[in-house]
Design a protein around this ligand. Structure first.
Ligand code: PLP
Length: 406
């Protein structure tokens, strides 16, 4: 092991708190005084079952998840949910409206970045319904082709009665996020969404890269929220789902009415009925996630992390703005759309980006290279990144600007 750990600004898998990792090594040897390590013990042991149930309450309390929703744990990541959402919600729609043809069933997708676009492509692959683009943010971008904004509320074109409406809360690659301020034009357009006859919203949110970083507006109105653990919560291998009870449907009954068959390991009802133990869960990621959630609770939960994450992001955006004034940096995202979790910018000038990255590494900061599809710099500021980690980066950015401008 290196003598000291570097600051990891990577986009995921990403940094975890050192204190949690140290505690986790103990759990690898002896989980909760059972004398058996967490990677060795049965997932049906009473100690593990109790641990999993405690994780559920830690999430429920901190995020304020109402009793109308189940919290489920599964595998397969966000990508697995791109498929599971389509299969489960089209099965639900079939049970509700068996008479509709495939052309009359519509899935509405809001495209604000690469991840929502991937989910949209998967929906098209799976078929079973028409896919409607309720909004493509590229139309409102500065260059006409990039995802660099969350368009204002006026631009959405929802179907009158979609089987579901899909969005990605934080676009990890493009650095675009819906605003946390409900009065902002770039907040999520809750008031404009088409409701079902029952008054419910068939709303699905990918919260993979912002989950547990701040409260989720209108959480109780969502049909499904999903998130891979590997940003704010723990190692890759665990996916957390928050599913409203009317979306826990009998997929076999839907298949008898003509819906696509759903693998049982992807069925939300199967997961809920088995208390997330239908098959062997990813125990080590679950364990580390539990330790992270306990630490979050001790620190003050989402009230603490929301304030901290806002402050961290503001500091980095301010450093980008001062670099812009000197012609050294260029922010990539339009005003009001910038993510708190993944801040993206370019370093201007020949070879300047690689000088920036090399200098950062020499100063003990890694993971800053932008996604291969978009390039530039990406600073990921998940919960494990402290304010002093952020200050160190900001100090480095300021020095870089003065040296480049000198
Ligand atoms: N959605 C978002 C917003 C992501 O950031 C990612 C991965 O980074 C995914 C989905 C895909 O997640 P996974 O790699 O766990 O399948």
């Amino acid at each position: 092991m290196p003598a000291s750990r570097v600051i990891n600004f990577g986009p995921g898998p990403s940094a975890l708190p050192q204190s949690v990792l140290e505690k986790a090594t103990q759990g690898l040897l002896n989980f909760n005084e059972t004398g058996i390590g967490i990677a060795e013990i049965s997932h049906r042991s009473k100690e593990f079952v109790a641990f999993l149930s405690n994780i559920e309450s830690l999430i429920r309390t901190q995020l304020d998840v109402p009793s109308t929703h189940s919290i489920l744990f599964t595998q397969g990541g966000g990508t697995g949910q791109f498929s599971a959402v389509v299969l489960n919600l089209l099965a639900r729609h079939r049970l509700l409206y068996p008479e509709l043809t495939a052309d009359e069933r519509v899935m509405d997708y809001i495209l604000t970045g690469s991840w929502s676009e991937k989910a949209f492509q998967e929906a098209g692959r799976l078929g079973g319904a028409r896919v409607n683009v309720a909004l493509d943010a590229r139309k409102y971008s500065k260059d006409g082709v990039s995802f660099d904004n969350v368009p204002p509320h006026g631009e959405y074109a929802f179907s009158p009665a979609p089987a579901f409406i899909y969005y990605c809360e934080n676009e990890t690659v493009d650095g675009v996020q819906f605003s946390a301020d409900p009065s902002a034009q770039t907040s999520f357009p809750f008031a404009r969404l088409p409701r079902e006859r029952s008054g419910l919203l068939p709303l699905v949110g990918d919260h993979s890269s912002s989950f547990m970083s701040r409260p989720i507006p209108h959480l109780g109105e969502h049909a499904v929220i999903f998130a891979g653990a590997q940003k704010n919560l723990g190692p890759a291998g665990l996916t957390v789902l928050i599913v409203r009870h009317d979306c826990l449907v009998d997929v076999d009954a839907a298949a008898k009415l003509g819906a696509a068959p759903v693998p049982l390991s992807l069925s939300y009802k199967t997961l809920a009925d088995s208390k997330s133990l239908y098959n062997t869960p990813s125990m080590l990621p679950i364990y580390i996630t539990g330790l992270v959630l306990e630490r979050m609770q001790e620190l003050g939960g989402l009230t603490y992390f929301e304030a901290l994450n806002k402050k961290k992001a503001e500091k980095v955006y301010a450093a980008i703005r001062s670099g812009e004034e000197r012609g050294v940096f260029q922010g990539k995202v339009q005003d009001g759309s910038g993510s708190w979790m993944n801040v993206v910018f370019n370093v201007l000038g020949d070879g300047a980006e690689s000088r920036f990255l090399t200098g950062a590494e020499e100063a003990g900061m890694k993971g800053l290279k932008g996604h291969r599809s978009v390039g530039g710099i990406r600073v990921s500021l998940y919960n494990a990144i402290t304010e002093s980690d952020t200050d160190k980066l900001v100090g480095y950015m300021k020095n870089f600007v003065s040296e480049a401008g000198a």
